[in-house]
Write a protein of this length. Structure first.
Lengths: 359, 805
């Protein structure tokens, strides 16, 4: 299971138990590996499309996770996030249960970040009412008025609104879907936890941000992650640092670092400009914090040095806005980053578990 | 030195245990009534706060169906998808096997706002709550529902402290099933922080009405005047108690003058002496205050279930029936005891502190009021009465607090003019020559007035309050029964909602009933106030039974013709409407007001239209309830139950409904009645104590009269007569004061608090009974001192001539 999986599970669990993050993680660990009859990721399974763009209600957790790096007319950088999580209280193997009895819960997160602004919002919904959900053909993923929809996942319109920001984007895929891990079966930890995982990192984006200072037309690129799983967390995991970087060369990299009691577990995928993935396992990616910022009273590493010797990568990753704190039901840091060094570019950084660290 | 002084001071109480008892009991009673009332108020407020905090009531704007009915749950999703952050609520009643019905509230915890604490509680076992297995309630209600009664269909109720009392909280799905309302919601709550770029509500939901949070019935506001009344009673009792304390402390200080003189002559510093007497009073105040708080707890615990039932019946707000020991009221009780003692004792202590060490004991100088003081009291009293009259004449509409200022000025002014009034009456009586004994009796009575004045004032306060409240309650009862006769004039009331085929039911009723009165209603906002618009059929029932506060009988004809409307008094007062004024019912529908009708106990405005106009204006609002006049109601009821599948609960008959309303009403004033009796009892106690203390002091006055030949029995008889005479005169003055009080309550305070005025009726028999009760109380209070006088050994009377006491 990867970082976002923990997030989805924790979101569900945070609501279920009303407790704070570490306690929730420990409580969740007690559920057991094959808990409650949920389907488990299958190494032999090959994703099929468009069906797998839709929901997998027999799995416990799933998400549609989109981040975008954008540029305004004056060259200023912006970032946006649009996320839909699904978490199930019980596996749903038959036809969907309509009405309030549906075991499916949905959560949405949206954010916009500039060098001096960061707005974040969240939404909650229950399955079965139509308030949130995903359809395959035509494709639509929505919660309330937040929507990612189009005739297919290659052409999407993305909207979200909050009291202090909103956005309306059109996205066009300019490259292939990328299967992460072993043809979409992604092993995430030494214990063998895994998920089904694919990405679409090649969206071209244009649209309008509505920020407190007014409307801003923007263009840029976006990265969609799709993942579903059922497996529990390790009780000792205290947080993670997750990078999705797009380099000026057209190459891309997804990499993460899970922090726990022992040495951090790292993993990721190097993606060639034509979309060919080259997954790498634990210990290959080196990620070292080089500067911390104090955000909401917590010490968060907002400048990193990343090295991936096999690909000749040696870069510095710096937050566009160190104050990109997502002060939601589950608090974490997520925002756009600038990349400099051997492979200049842009990307997104997500960090959790720092809301325990007082400077 | 200190121990010696303390022992000398304590010796006084050992020699006068009755005085000590008076002081402690007086203070304890005063504190008990005050803290008891405060305890009840604190418990009720806590309940409202819990309801507001846990359910977010009164904090959020609401969306209601304009036709007053249920909202299709799909509207919730449609509004969310249009960008409106709303959360659905389902509300209804469930009746467990035994006991009062409970409020069932269904919430959707995922979309509920952060300000709704109940949603947070629901999330502690979200899976169980969402699945409908677990319901939540406050511990008292949860106990009542364990094991779960059949009406809960096997669901468990978990206790959660901090939830609104008397409310069962369920997931929206479970609540819909329990109420038989699948796919429907009662209302939608609008979250405070809405996103940008929303479509206008009146475009996407024209059939829903947005009601501001401030317009929602807020239990704290609705019940505010009820609690203000209780507080006024508590304060009144406390003041009566302070009269007792003042008398007891003053007497004790006076009797200790020789002691103080002796101690100071022996070298005790004045500062130390006064300090020790202060400490002594503090200790007594703490003892009595503590006792009072204990007693107050007992009073409050005894009254609370009645108060809770009253508030639930009157306002629909739930108040926990169990009393908790809260710092706010027991501290306030102790504080009042200390402050009251300080207030009552300050004058006496001041005189002790300024007394020259060698001054002779001043006898009963403390009790001899100068003519100047009497004049001052008369002036102040008349001034306050003038202020009350001014407020009554010009200050109407100035708010609730002005109303209570009027009450206070009236009471205080009335009380202050009592001693001057009595002195004047006695002086006038003295001018008529009636023989030496009568003349002595009158002069002696007048001379006693300063000592008895405080007790008489207490008696008058208690009596006036009794007269005022009795008048208010009885006026309310008369008006309310009349109103019920008016409003519940049909034989049967049928709730048509459970019927499968509404049209068939209506057709059946049209055919079978002598007169069918469909009750058409829709929610609206009229003249900026939340209001209900009714459509009525102007048949003989209404024409015969409804009486207008303003407007003539021709109002019905214009109403039926759709050329005018009738409004209730609440709306008329708020929007300043009188017959003939034009009212904008809806944009584009402006009609003159034909009449104003009394509508007691309803917090919202009402506009009544003729049936045809209503149906044309609101074609979607179908009648859900019917009032039915039938020649044979029982047959009709059986037919409805048998042929139309209506449950028994859907049909109520007039008598049943009237009895229910009256039962609620009777409980309302049971509480006030109980407090009334307590106040009168405390006043009687004050009288007894004053007479007892005076009896001891008055020996030097009585001994010469005895020496001149009046027997002790004769003297005792005169004492009784005096008490009766003073009580009668006090009662005489208390009657107009009480009527003034009643008028202020009915015509000023009630209008400010509720928006309607109660007509005032007079009940002379009640007043006569009350006056008699006051005289009996005074007579009883005088009985013991008189008996003691009659039995006093003549040697004691002789001693008066032998030494200086």
């Amino acid at each position: 299971m990867n970082a976002r999986g923990m997030m989805a599970a924790l979101l569900g669990l945070g609501l279920l138990t009303g407790s704070t993050l570490p306690a929730a993680a420990q409580g969740f660990a007690g559920l057991g590996a094959a808990a409650d009859g949920f389907a488990l990721p299958d190494p032999g399974y090959r994703p099929g499309f468009p069906a797998d763009h839709g929901a997998h209600p027999d799995f416990r957790i799933e998400w549609w996770y989109l981040t975008a790096n954008l540029t305004g007319p004056d060259g200023a950088d912006y970032g946006l996030q649009w996320t839909l999580f699904r978490t199930a209280l019980a596996p749903e193997t038959g036809p969907p249960v309509p009405g309030w009895n549906s075991p499916q819960l949905w959560f949405g997160h949206a954010a916009v970040t500039s060098a001096d602004f960061h707005g974040a919002a969240e939404r909650f919904a229950r399955g079965g009412s139509g308030q949130a959900g995903v359809t395959v053909d035509p494709f639509a993923a929505w919660i309330d008025d937040w929507q990612m929809a189009g005739d297919s996942v290659d052409h999407l319109r993305l909207t979200a609104s909050a009291p202090n920001f909103s956005y309306d984007m059109t996205m066009t895929a300019e490259g292939p879907l990328v299967l992460q891990g072993d043809a979409g079966y992604s092993v995430k930890s030494p214990d063998g936890q895994a998920s089904h995982y694919y990405s679409q990192p090649f969206y071209r984006v244009e649209g309008t941000l509505e920020l407190p200072e007014g409307e801003i037309p923007v263009t840029g690129s976006a990265w969609l992650d799709r993942e579903w799983s059922s497996q529990p967390l390790s009780p000792d995991q205290s947080g993670w640092d997750w990078f999705s970087l797009s380099f000026d060369t057209g190459e891309k990299m997804m990499g993460f670092r899970l922090r726990g009691d022992g040495p951090a577990f790292t993993s990721g995928t190097w993606i060639a400009a034509d979309g060919t993935p080259a997954p790498f396992g634990d210990g290959v990616l080196e990620a070292v914090p080089t500067a911390h910022s104090t955000v909401e009273g917590f010490s968060v590493p907002t400048r990193w040095r990343l090295r991936l010797p096999a690909s000749g990568l040696d870069v510095e990753v710096a937050a566009l806005n160190p104050d990109a704190w997502m002060g939601l039901s589950i608090a974490y840091w997520e925002g756009p980053v600038r990349v400099s060094g051997s492979h200049p570019g842009r990307g997104y950084l997500e960090m959790t578990g720092y809301d325990q660290d007082r400077p | 030195m200190t121990p010696a002084i303390l022992s000398a001071l304590a010796a006084h109480w050992r020699r006068n245990p009755l005085q000590f008892l008076t002081l402690v009991l007086g203070l304890a009673f005063a504190t008990a009534l005050w803290s008891g009332v405060q305890a009840i108020n604190a418990e009720a407020r806590q309940s409202y706060d819990r309801a507001a905090a846990s359910l977010g009531e009164g904090q959020f704007d609401l969306l209601l169906a304009r036709d007053g009915g249920w909202i299709n749950a799909a509207r919730f999703v449609a509004l969310r998808r249009a960008g409106w952050l709303v959360t659905p609520l389902v509300e209804g009643q469930i009746t467990p096997d035994a006991g009062a019905p409970l409020r069932l509230l269904g919430i959707e915890p995922l979309t509920a706002p952060a300000g709704m604490a109940a949603a947070g509680v629901a999330r502690t076992d979200l899976a169980g709550f969402l699945a409908g297995r677990v319901l939540l309630a406050d511990p008292e209600t949860a106990r009542r529902l364990t094991p779960p009664p059949a009406v809960l269909q096997g669901r468990q109720v978990r206790a959660e402290a901090g939830l609104a009392p008397g409310t069962v909280l369920a997931d929206i799905g479970a609540a819909q099933r329990l109420l038989g309302r699948e796919g429907q919601v009662s209302r939608l709550l609008i979250l405070p922080d809405q996103p940008q770029n929303q479509p206008a509500l009146d475009q996407i939901a024209p059939d829903l009405l947005r009601q501001g949070a401030e317009a929602a019935p807020d239990p704290a506001r609705l019940t505010g005047s009820f609690h203000l009344n209780l507080t006024a009673f508590g304060a009144l009792s406390f003041i009566v108690g302070l009269f007792i304390v003042h008398g007891a402390v003053g007497l004790a200080m006076e009797q200790r003058r020789p002691l103080v003189r002796t101690l100071r002559a022996l070298g005790a510093p004045l500062r130390l002496l006064v300090g020790l007497m202060l400490a002594e009073l503090l200790a007594i105040a703490l003892l009595a205050g503590g006792l009072g708080v204990l007693l107050g707890y007992v009073v409050a615990a005894a009254l609370l279930p009645d108060v809770a039932a009253t508030i639930r019946g009157l306002y629909g707000a739930s108040v926990s029936g169990t009393l908790e020991l809260r710092a706010v009221w027991w501290l306030s009780g102790l504080g009042m005891a200390l402050a009251g003692t300080a207030l009552a004792a300050s004058g006496a202590l001041w005189r002790i502190a300024r007394m020259p060490p060698l001054a002779s004991a001043g006898g009963r100088a403390w009790a001899v009021a100068s003519a100047r003081r009497t004049l001052g009291m008369a002036g102040a009293g008349l001034g306050l009465l003038a202020l009350a009259a001014g407020i009554a004449a010009f200050g109407q509409g100035g708010g609730l607090w002005l109303g209570f200022t009027l009450l206070a000025a009236l009471l205080l002014g009335g009380v202050l003019i009592l001693p001057p009034f009595l002195a004047l009456a006695l002086t006038l009586a003295q001018r008529r020559r009636m023989g030496p004994v009568a003349e002595w009796f009158l002069a002696d009575t007048r001379q006693q007035l300063p000592g008895l004045g405080l007790a008489l004032m207490a008696l008058m306060l208690a009596m006036a309050a009794n007269v005022g409240v009795a008048t208010m309650v009885s006026s309310f009862r008369l008006t309310f029964t009349g109103f019920l006769d008016q409003r519940l004039s049909a034989a049967l009331y049928v709730n048509a909602e459970p019927a499968g085929d509404l049209r068939a039911l209506e057709a059946f009723l049209e055919a079978e009933a002598r007169e069918l009165l469909p009750i058409l209603v829709t929610e609206a906002s009229v003249a900026g106030w939340p209001a209900q618009i009714y459509g009525v059929r102007g048949g003989p029932t209404y024409r015969q039974n409804w009486h207008f506060l303003a407007g003539g009988a021709e109002a019905w004809d214009t109403l039926v013709a759709g050329r005018a409307v009738i409004v209730n008094e609440q709306l008329a007062r708020r929007a300043d409407l009188a017959p003939g004024d034009a009212l904008t019912v809806l944009p584009g529908l402006v009609l003159p007001v034909a009449a104003v009708v009394g509508d007691y106990g309803n917090p919202v405005g009402q506009v009544i239209l003729g049936e045809d106009l209503f149906r044309a204006t609101f074609p979607e609002a179908a009648p859900r309830r019917f009032a039915v006049q039938a020649d044979d109601p029982d047959t009709l009821r059986r037919a409805l139950l048998r042929d139309h599948g209506l449950p028994t609960a859907a049909i109520t008959d007039q008598a049943e409904q009237k009895a229910l309303a009256l039962a609620i009403f009777e409980r309302t004033f049971a509480v006030t009645g109980a407090l009334n009796v307590l106040t009168l009892a405390v006043a009687g106690f004050a009288m007894l104590m004053s007479l007892l203390t005076l009896a001891a002091l008055r020996l030097p006055q009585l001994a010469p009269v005895w020496a001149l030949g009046l027997t002790q029995r004769h003297l005792a008889g005169l004492e009784l007569l005096r008490a009766g005479l003073l009580a009668a005169m006090t009662a005489l003055l208390a009657l107009p004061l009480g009527l003034g009080l009643a008028w202020a309550l009915l015509s000023v305070v009630n209008v400010e608090a509720f928006g309607w005025r109660l007509p005032m009726f007079l009940f002379p028999a009640d007043y006569a009974r009350l006056g008699l009760a006051a005289m009996v109380a005074a007579g009883l209070a005088a009985l013991w001192p008189a008996w003691r006088l009659a039995r006093r050994p003549p040697a004691e009377l002789l001693k008066v001539f032998a030494n200086e006491r």
